[in-house]
Design a protein around this ligand. Structure first.
Ligand code: HAM
Length: 429
């Protein structure tokens, strides 16, 4: 039997991993200065947590969840997103008691049984950030500024922020009615799923990928015509704050996002460079969810970045870097290998990536290996060098050689490596 990874599940190879590490490091750094704390959560939750929060009629819950059952027949689902789990943890661990405003972030794998294609996988990764305890619009603006700051720090451009308000329970009913009435007039053109959704959850018709349904919703009433005064003040406030921060956006009244929990602010960062899967990040406010899941009445807002999509944009700006050792010690003969092993260990303890051969191969083979690894310097030591007390240090890029006193080889090399350090071969911090 041939073993290959499951369709839609992907290996991330050592040659691909550098931008992942860069992204995580930059994100952590930015989240820190915005006061976000990391939370690590289980990959699996009770199925009802997702069906109740994301919504039964959504594609995620109705078609895409990886669900299995425990010995008592209870459903358990691999998380399709992080927000529901963060809310569960926030309530279960009473995090609202620790601080009136909680800012949390999660990094990890999510699972959705979608049809795999470019930018769409069945196991994918999100960087997710949530703010609990503030009704906005200042926290909305803060969160969006942080997201765009991250993209900017990664050198990305050509991204568009789409912004909408989905109203609140007080005004959503009015929009639902207007939308249902409109969809009734177009019922013949709707697919069978949307004919049902038009009655049960008409907002979800906006998510449908069937071309005729997509065509119909372009003429649907705008949610922005139905929102109440309080929602309008909130939305105007957010737009003004983004304007003050110099952030451009497009108001997009068709942006409803594919999850039921949103209230008021909904946003997405889109690009034209990823084909059909154009959303790099999406988020919004979900003021009713904490209460709905049994917690206190705490408003909240968050976003999630699709890491795979963001990485493909990062790779357009900069090719993945392969890290390389700072030094390769090419030792010949038993005594030289013994001595070299102590030097290598000492330099590694000082934080330098140093390599040497395990197998006792020829000098030519070792030089070839050093070159393959991209080592900048090679220290050559054989019987002659041991008896003269001087090793031969070769600069692989400059193609120059110099003697190194073996008596103080560690101090000498430390000094030299400190001077030479370049990204990927520098000292451990
Ligand atoms: P979402 O829009 O479902 O929102 O997902 C966020 C991002 O995850 C998308 O914009 C996309 O970049 C990425 N993504 C989604 N599905 C896939 C897939 N199958 N393959 C690759 N990437 C994918 C949420 O998940 C919400 N929890 C966001 C949120 C946080 N709202 C409030 N707080």
């Amino acid at each position: 039997m041939d073993f290959t990874a499951i369709t839609g599940f992907k290996d991330i190879l050592p040659s691909e991993v550098e931008p992942w590490q860069r992204l995580e490091a930059v994100a952590r750094d930015i989240f820190r200065v915005f006061g976000f704390l990391e939370i690590k959560l289980p990959a699996m939750e009770r199925t009802e947590l997702f069906s109740r929060s994301i919504g039964q009629e959504t594609d995620i819950v109705s078609k895409e969840m990886y669900t299995l059952h425990d010995s008592k027949g209870r459903g358990m689902t691999l998380r399709p997103e992080a927000t529901a789990s963060v809310v569960r943890a926030y309530i279960q661990n009473r995090l609202y008691q620790e601080s009136p405003v909680q800012k949390l972030f999660v990094m990890g794998s999510m699972f959705r049984h979608e049809r795999p294609q470019k930018g769409r996988f069945r196991q994918f990764h999100q960087i997710d950030a949530e703010i609990f305890g503030d009704p906005g619009p200042r926290s909305d603006a803060d969160l969006i500024v942080m997201l765009l700051f991250l993209f900017e720090s990664l050198g990305l451009s050509g991204l568009t922020l789409h912004l909408n308000s989905l109203g609140c329970p007080a005004c959503r009913g009015g929009f639902r009615e207007a939308l249902t009435a409109f969809l009734e007039t177009r019922s013949e053109g709707l697919c069978s799923d949307c004919a049902r959704r038009a009655r049960t959850n008409p907002l979800r018709v906006f998510d449908c990928k069937v071309p005729t349904c997509q065509e119909i919703v372009t003429e649907a009433p705008s949610v922005l015509d139905s929102i109440c005064d309080a929602c309008r003040v909130h939305f105007e406030g957010l737009k003004a704050l983004l304007g003050d921060a110099g952030i451009g956006f497009e108001v997009n009244p068709r942006l409803v996002r594919g999850l039921d929990y949103y209230t008021r602010t909904a946003f997405e960062v889109q690009t034209e460079r990823l084909g059909a899967q154009n959303a790099v990040a999406g988020g919004g406010r979900y003021d009713g969810l904490v209460r709905q899941l049994g917690g206190p009445d705490q408003p909240a807002i968050g976003f999630a970045i699709g890491v795979e999509r963001l990485i493909s944009l990062m790779n357009e700006v900069q090719e993945p870097q392969t890290p390389s050792p700072a030094l390769y010690v090419a030792a010949l003969g038993e005594e030289a290998r013994k001595r070299a092993f102590t030097w290598v260990t000492a330099l590694r303890k000082s934080g330098y990536w140093v390599e040497m051969d395990y197998a006792g191969r020829s000098l030519k083979a070792q030089m070839k290996r050093a070159d393959r690894l991209g080592a900048r310097l090679v220290l050559m030591v054989g019987e002659n060098e041991l008896s003269s007390g001087k090793g031969l240090l070769r600069d692989m890029a400059e193609k120059t050689q110099e003697d190194v006193p073996l008596e103080e080889v560690i101090a000498h090399m430390e000094q030299r490596l400190e001077k030479e350090a370049s990204p990927g071969e520098g000292k451990r911090s």
